[in-house]
Design a protein around this ligand. Structure first.
Ligand SMILES: *[C@@H]1O[C@H](CO)[C@@H](O)[C@H](O)[C@H]1NC(C)=O
Length: 338
């Protein structure tokens, strides 16, 4: 019976998760993650909206301050067709945006259709009104790294081609990609959209920026941190005390080191937790593939895709998935009088 109580407790934690965060004040709420490490690395959940466009859950960068217009020249918001932000990206040339593969694939690794998204650049706000400089583009191709693995988040990198090139302005420009892995202790910058809660749950989003330290892989992949879970070709960045970090909706955004795109926000255990900095795909390891995408003239149907990992898990959102597993466990325990 004690086990049952424990399971119910976890259930409540998970079902309350969205509401807790939506109601949060300026301060960041720690998400209680009951993580099953066997199920793969901890993914950053994306912002969630109800069917009526109400914001259910909107995460934010940890310890950031507002960015100024033009500070992150290549910054892109990946949005649903209806204009809801769900991930970040970086303009690498005027027709291509670099982001994370997990932003553009279902949980089973299936790549989403380019018609399902739009891209917004040259604006600090993801508000529906927007600045006069705002540029919206639609996607024609999504290239997800063919060896991307949806459970382990290996090779979590993707390129989106837009139908009409972005228009270069003083505040929107492609950024060069780094050709070297940044060294530990190097200071890098990250930007992402966060919200200030006003008028109850209405978001008032502005782009936030944060400085992050590159942290040695020996520490991050070691026993007091991710303990062997970090895939190859990644960068670990944040602060040891967790005071500055990327968070959920920042996925896909570019980690800027020495004015070059060096990393892509991939995953982390919670946000801003002590000893668990964020993990970024190491752009320098993917330059050859990225160039191939840019030069590719394959029809969309012929672009190589990641394998699909299973037929069933991907259909549900992660909370639904765990909910179902736990309800099943609870029912089993009741019937077996554990
Ligand atoms: C982390 O450790 C695991 C297990 O030893 C290893 O397979 C993996 O390549 C390591 N990751 C990095 C980035 O070194």
């Amino acid at each position: 019976m004690r086990n049952l109580a424990c399971i119910v407790l976890i259930l409540v934690t998970i079902t309350n998760r969205g509401t807790n965060i939506a109601n949060a004040e300026e301060e960041v709420v720690e998400v209680e993650l009951e993580w099953n490490w066997e199920a793969g690395v901890p993914h950053y959940p994306h912002p969630k909206y109800s069917d009526d466009d109400e914001v259910l859950f909107f995460p934010r960068i940890i310890g950031g301050t507002p960015a100024f217009h033009g500070e992150f020249l290549a910054k892109i918001s990946l949005q649903t067709r209806r204009g809801h932000h769900f991930c970040g990206g970086s303009i690498i040339d005027l027709r291509h945006v670099l982001t994370a593969a997990h932003c553009l694939t279902e949980l089973d690794g299936r790549v989403i259709h380019p018609n399902d998204i739009r891209l917004m650049g040259d604006d600090l706000s993801i508000d529906s009104r927007g600045a006069r400089t705002r540029q919206i583009r639609f996607a024609t191709h999504i290239f997800a790294y063919p060896n991307y693995h949806a459970l382990t988040l290996e090779n979590d990198i993707a390129v989106v081609r837009v139908s009409v090139a972005f228009h270069q302005t003083p505040t929107l420009q492609p950024m060069p990609r780094s050709r070297m892995t940044p060294n530990p202790n190097e200071v890098c910058q990250l930007a992402g959209w966060g919200v200030i809660h006003e008028d109850r749950n209405r978001p008032h989003p502005v782009l936030l920026r944060v400085e992050l330290d590159v942290i040695s892989m020996d520490f991050c992949n070691g026993t007091s941190s991710y303990n062997g879970l970090i895939p190859a070709n990644t960068i670990c960045a944040g602060t040891m005390d967790g005071s500055r970090d990327a968070c959920f909706g920042d996925s896909g955004g570019g980690l800027i080191c020495s004015n070059q795109i060096a990393g892509v926000v991939s995953f982390g255990f919670g946000c801003g937790r002590r000893n668990f900095p964020g993990i970024y795909a190491d752009v320098s390891r993917y330059n050859v593939w990225i160039n191939e995408c840019i030069d590719s003239n394959l029809p969309h149907e012929d672009i190589p895709r990641p394998p699909i990992i299973s037929n069933s898990v991907g259909k549900f959102h992660p909370p639904t998935k765990y909910l179902l597993v736990m309800i099943a466990a609870a029912v089993w325990m009741i019937f077996n009088k554990v």
